[in-house]
Design a protein around this ligand. Structure first.
Ligand SMILES: [Mn+2]
Length: 409
C-alpha cells in the first residue's frame, strides 16, 4: 500500500478521445471537453492512455481543437504539480496532465506524433518510455508510460525499458495495447502476467469500452473511449472516465453526457417485405424513445425472409430517411452471408474480437501472413504495416518501404 497519511490524491483516467474522428467530429470534441472538464473538478490529476487524436497527422483545425481543450484545462487551478519527469520527451509544464500516444497516433520511429506536439507546446506531459511524478501535499504518485507500439514489439519494449515502481510512491503503469486476456486472438498480445510487477494500478487505453480487471492482484482499468467509434454492441454502455483514489485504492466511474447508441435486432424469419418494414420501424421507434438527443440506432437483421421475398424489396433507405431528424439509423443486412463460413468473420460476429478495431484486425492478418511466408527482413512486420499506412503520398511510402526492405539499393 502507498504511504497514507490522510492525503488524498485522486487521479482521473480518461482515454481515446479520437479528436478529428470524421463521422462524429463534433461529438469527439464536445465529449472530450466534458470529460476533461469534469475530470479536472473530480480529480487532482488527469492521465490519458492514448488516442487523443484519431489520426497520426491531424489537420491544423483538429490540432486547434486539441490546443483549445488542453490550454483551457491547463489554466485551471491545479493543486497537484508534476515535480519530476524522466521520459523520451522533455516536459514543458508542471500541470498534472500526463499522456501517451496511442495506436492512432503511432508513427514510424523517430517521427514526431501529435501527442508529443502537445507536450512540446507545454499543454500536457508526454510520458512515453519513462515516468512523471505527480505531487500534492507531499504525497507522490508516479506514472510510468509506454506509448502504443506494434503488438509484437511491446514485450521487447517492456524488457528494454524495465519499468520499476518507486519506493514511497503510488505507482501507476500506463500503456496502450491489446491484451491476450481481453482479446484472445494473437499470441503477440501481452498477457496480464507479463506486465511489469510491483505497480499499484495498471491503466490501459485502446479498447473502446470500459474494462475493470485485476493484474498482479491490483486494479487494471480501461475507461473506454469518450466518443462512439466502432458501433459494436459493447459501445452501448455510457461513456465516461474513472477517478481513482490513491489513498484508499477505491475508484468510481463518472459518466459523461454522450450520444446514445442502441443496437436493435430484427428477425426477418418468414416475413414479407411489408411486415419486415413495419417491424423495422417499430424497433427503431422503440429505440429512439423521447427526447432530442439524436441517438445512433443500429438495426441488425437476421434470419431468412418468407420464400419469394428478398431484403431488397424493403425500402431501407426510405426508412432511414424517415428518421433523419430523430436518429442516425444504420441498417446492417445479413449480406455477408457468403463469407459466413469464414471462422474469422464468425469469431468477429460472436464477439470474441468485439473490442478490436478494423485496423488492428487487418494488422493482425498482415503480420500472421508475413510470418507464414519466409519473412526474414530486418524491419518488423507491423512496422512495415505502419510504414505502408503512413499518411504520405503512395510514391513516398513505397520508396521508404523499399529502402527499409532493401537497404543496399
Ligand atoms: Mn482508440
Amino acid at each position: 500500500m502507498p504511504n497514507v497519511i490522510g492525503v488524498l490524491v485522486k487521479i482521473a483516467i480518461a482515454s481515446d478521445f479520437h479528436l478529428g474522428y470524421e463521422r462524429f467530429r463534433e461529438d469527439a470534441y464536445k465529449q472530450a471537453e466534458v470529460a476533461l472538464d469534469e475530470a479536472s473538478k473530480a480529480a487532482d490529476a488527469i492521465i490519458i492512455p492514448g488516442d487523443v487524436f484519431d489520426m497520426r497527422v491531424p489537420k491544423p483545425d483538429v490540432l486547434a481543437e486539441a490546443i483549445n481543450l488542453f490550454r483551457n484545462l491547463s489554466k485551471k487551478g491545479w493543486k497537484a504539480k508534476v515535480t519530476e519527469v524522466q521520459a523520451a520527451s522533455r516536459a514543458y509544464t508542471s500541470v498534472p496532465i500526463v499522456a501517451i500516444p496511442g495506436t492512432h497516433e503511432r508513427r514510424a520511429q523517430g517521427v514526431e506524433n501529435p501527442v508529443n506536439l502537445l507536450g512540446l507546446a507545454g499543454l500536457l506531459i508526454d510520458v512515453s518510455d519513462g515516468y512523471a511524478v505527480i505531487e500534492k501535499d507531499g504525497e507522490k504518485v508516479m506514472v510510468y508510460g509506454i506509448g502504443g507500439v506494434s503488438e509484437e514489439r511491446f514485450l521487447e519494449t517492456i524488457k528494454k525499458l524495465d519499468p520499476k515502481p518507486k519506493a514511497n510512491h503510488f505507482n501507476i503503469f500506463m500503456f496502450h495495447q491489446s491484451t491476450y486476456e481481453l482479446l484472445p486472438f494473437s499470441e503477440d498480445f501481452v498477457r496480464f502476467d507479463q506486465l511489469p510487477k510491483g505497480f499499484d494500478l495498471y491503466v490501459d487505453g485502446h479498447i473502446h469500452n470500459k474494462v475493470e480487471k485485476k493484474v498482479h492482484g491490483k486494479h487494471f482499468l480501461i475507461p473506454g473511449s469518450t466518443v462512439l467509434t466502432q458501433l459494436k454492441d459493447a459501445e452501448q454502455e455510457e461513456k465516461g472516465f474513472f477517478v481513482f483514489d490513491t489513498a484508499t485504492g477505491a475508484y468510481t466511474f463518472h459518466k459523461i453526457k454522450s450520444r446514445r447508441f442502441v443496437v436493435v435486432k430484427v428477425d426477418m424469419t418468414g416475413k414479407d417485405a411489408e411486415q419486415l418494414a413495419s417491424d423495422t420501424r417499430k424497433a427503431i421507434t422503440a429505440a429512439v424513445q423521447s427526447g432530442a438527443d439524436m441517438p445512433v440506432v443500429r438495426v441488425e437483421l437476421s434470419g431468412t425472409m418468407k420464400k419469394g421475398t428478398r431484403g431488397i424489396d424493403v425500402d431501407f433507405q426510405g426508412i432511414i430517411k424517415e428518421y433523419h431528424d430523430r436518429a442516425i439509423v444504420e441498417i446492417a443486412k445479413p449480406g455477408m452471408e457468403t463469407i459466413e463460413s469464414s471462422t474469422d468473420v464468425d469469431s468477429l460476429r460472436k464477439g470474441s474480437l468485439e473490442n478490436m478495431s478494423v485496423k488492428d484486425y487487418g494488422l493482425g492478418i498482415f503480420v500472421e501472413k508475413l510470418k507464414q511466408s519466409k519473412y526474414g527482413l530486418s524491419i518488423g512486420p507491423s512496422e512495415l504495416f505502419e510504414l505502408l499506412s503512413e499518411d504520405a503520398s503512395k510514391e513516398k511510402v513505397i520508396k521508404k518501404a523499399l529502402e527499409e526492405l532493401f537497404p543496399s539499393l
